[in-house]
Design a protein around this ligand. Structure first.
Ligand code: SF4
Ligand code: SF4
Length: 297
């Protein structure tokens, strides 16, 4: 089963929840940090890094000797990465999505494949399972292609993992915050989505946006209300009114905040939280099982 831990906004405790679930999980597990703009799951899981590779995007290289400035490539590129300005071809690499279309349509073969580094893919092992993380290069804006490559690496790892009885194990994804394209990209392959939020008016506002954005995917979705005690009942009321199941209430705790600030995993440090995360895991798995049964029926 694949679970994505998402949130409508940053700072709600998404990574804390992912790391705590990792610490109590039983069975083979792959942990994936798809928050490529600001990955921090590794700070808690402390993986032993086995491989760090550059993630490249294929972008066109222009040969002005061959180019007749016909403009076909510029007309074709829907991202406006190519333009003809007078007698010059302009290329904006940061706008190129690497679709490769312009290379195919150029009648003069004046475009050839080149590469732009998007960032790095880091792979390794934690005490809880395999670990894969994407880290976007500073100044790079194109996170979905890097996320796609991280997902591909996870697929290769899990399908070659040689788990007993053909069981490939579960995957926990730490998704980017928000509801924009990267967040959507991170949750779209999941079997279930956990939405981590806070019981405050701000938390509720972003939680609603996330519910509205992700509902269209028609996946099992549950709320994890973190730092219960700091705000009000708004998120609980909204969940009840809209039928979003609340999979966990995590109480606000000064001990948890201190453990977090030391880079420790709260479910491991605080026994009362460990039980909450174990129940959360059961609810996540049950939601996927029920949804699969409904699909089969
Ligand atoms: S399609 Fe080829 S020949 Fe035409 S402008 Fe683009 S690069 Fe130049
Ligand atoms: S590879 Fe695709 S996105 Fe990039 S310049 Fe060519 S057509 Fe545009």
């Amino acid at each position: 089963m694949i679970f994505a831990v998402a949130s409508g906004k940053g700072g709600t405790g998404k990574t804390t929840v992912t790391a705590s679930l990792a610490a109590i999980w039983e069975g083979p597990l792959t942990l994936v940090d798809l928050d490529v703009e600001e990955p921090n799951l590794h700070l808690f899981l402390k993986p032993e890094v086995a491989r760090e590779t550059a993630a490249m995007l294929e972008v066109p290289v222009h040969d002005s000797e061959k180019c007749t400035l016909c403009g076909e490539c510029a007309t074709f590129c829907q991202y406006k990465a190519l333009a003809i300005m007078g007698k010059t071809m302009l290329f904006y690499p940061e706008m190129c999505h690497g679709c490769g279309g312009c290379l195919k349509i150029c009648p003069e073969s004046a475009l050839s494949p080149g590469g732009r580094e998007l960032g790095q893919i880091v792979e390794g092992q934690t005490e809880f399972g395999r670990f894969v993380m994407g880290r976007l290069r500073v100044g790079e804006a194109m996170s979905p292609p890097l996320m796609q490559q991280v997902k591909q690496r996870v697929k290769e790892q899990t399908s070659h993992a040689g788990m007993p009885n053909g069981v490939l194990g579960d995957v926990l994804i730490d998704a980017p915050p928000g509801v924009s394209c990267p967040a959507m990209h991170a949750v779209m392959d999941a079997d279930a989505i956990l939405l981590v939020t806070e019981p405050t008016p701000f938390g509720l506002y972003d939680f609603r946006l996330a519910v509205e954005a992700f509902s269209g995917l028609k996946k099992p979705m549950g709320a994890v209300i973190n730092r219960v005690g700091i705000g009000d009942q708004g998120v609980d009321d909204y969940c009840r009114a809209t039928g979003i199941p609340i999979w966990a209430h995590i109480p606000n705790s000064i001990l948890a905040a201190k453990a977090y600030s030391r880079g420790e995993i709260v479910a491991r440090e605080l026994p009362e939280l460990k039980m909450i995360f174990q129940e959360l895991k059961e609810r996540m798995r049950a939601a996927v099982t029920v949804s699969r049964e409904v699909e089969r029926a």
